[in-house]
Design a protein around this ligand. Sequence first.
Ligand code: EPZ
Length: 423
Amino acid sequence: MDSILVTGNGPLNGEIPIAGAKNACLTLMPATLLSEEPLTLTNAPRLSDIRTMTLLLQSLGAEVTAMNAGKVLAMSSHALTSQRAEYDIVRKMRASILVLGPLLARFGYAEVSLPGGCAIGARPVDLHLKAMEALGAEMDLRDGYVHAKAPAGGLKGGVVEFPLVSVGATENALMAATLAKGTTVLKNAAREPEIVDLAHCLRKMGAQISGEGTSTIEVQGVERLGGATHSVVTDRIDLGPYMLAPAICGGEVTCRGGRIDLLQAFCERLDAAGVSVEETDKGLKVARKNGRVKAVDVVTEPFPGFPTDLQAQMMALMCTADGKAVLEEKIFENRFMHAPELIRMGARIDVHGGTATVSGVERLKGAPVMATDLRASVSLILAGLAAEGETIVNRVYHLDRGYENVEEKLSALGARIERVAGQ
Ligand code: EPZ
């Protein structure tokens, strides 16, 4: 297994591009299943999770061709051969559940392996299943699979009221509702930019949707959807770490394609910590010029709140902040696994349930550490950039699921970072 070697060496400066959003792409790709006509995505990120979704769609008989070194995905579902998402693929990536809504809506039937456990929390899919039921589907759980069946004549519009905000369940329900008969109202829907991006793409395909980006989305079902070409929205979770890099090491970095509206709550926290964030024609210019950052508290929440997917990286920044920061994780029950690794680097962190208290130290010290999940992996790299000496981050396959060319991008800013090939 490869590892990443980071040697802390002071301020970072320069300009780097931000990739298209993994989590938007992972819901835009299954949208191809809704139509016989081609769907082409541009600005796709080149990541192992995207390759896993490609394999899943291909296993259903969809054509998926990666062009322009993987940045363009040309897809067609005109001749699907299967409505069954097999365990062997689903177990590798939970976002596989996002084929459920589209398959059920177009074919009236779907079998999808239930995703198993996950390192960051239990992550059930009950809300996805309830949303399909609200559209008239019968759900049967057996052999580790969900067997979903629409009524004769197809899914029917209905009211889906989510008891808690779920990004994936909102996406599944939104896709399913586009082909359901009549009107569907999604209440307490997720408002993330990835949902807005999905709605924009579905509308290009002919769907009738209003209210995306608010907590009530209304969908008027149509007979069929057509083809479209759509550019994937900028990845706010790829953007976050590159904004934190100059915050943690000093310097000034421009993140091309970055926008404040994608990360308002995060930008406000950076501002409170003493990091300047300026939106320019090119993207976001981020700088830390005046000594250590100040400790700031963070509570993770659904959008537009502070994203859980940036909590680990923010913790890395707080490790060397001046003062005590309290980080509360409200979305996933086990998302502090990076804390013991950061402690190995000299950080002072106390974790009690969903709350981590970080008392900033002047300097971290390099150490061998282990990435426990995707977002933890990049937080350890950030910590390594700020540490004295060498840090080796092991298990970087987590990193490759969600971050494109991290070593190249950080090296371009002046960081000393390299990938070490595993034996
Ligand atoms: C999406 O996961 C993202 N994944 C996650 O990205 C992200 O952390 C998460 O949203 C929260 O923003 C993709 O978009 C592919 P949820 P999702 O349903 O949709 C509970 C990353 O690092 N819940 O919004 O699975 C759930 O357990 C990741 O890229 C139920 O109880 O998250 C959690 O506590 C990891 N029942 C909360 O809701 C359900 O049926 C929010 O989860 C569904 C969710």
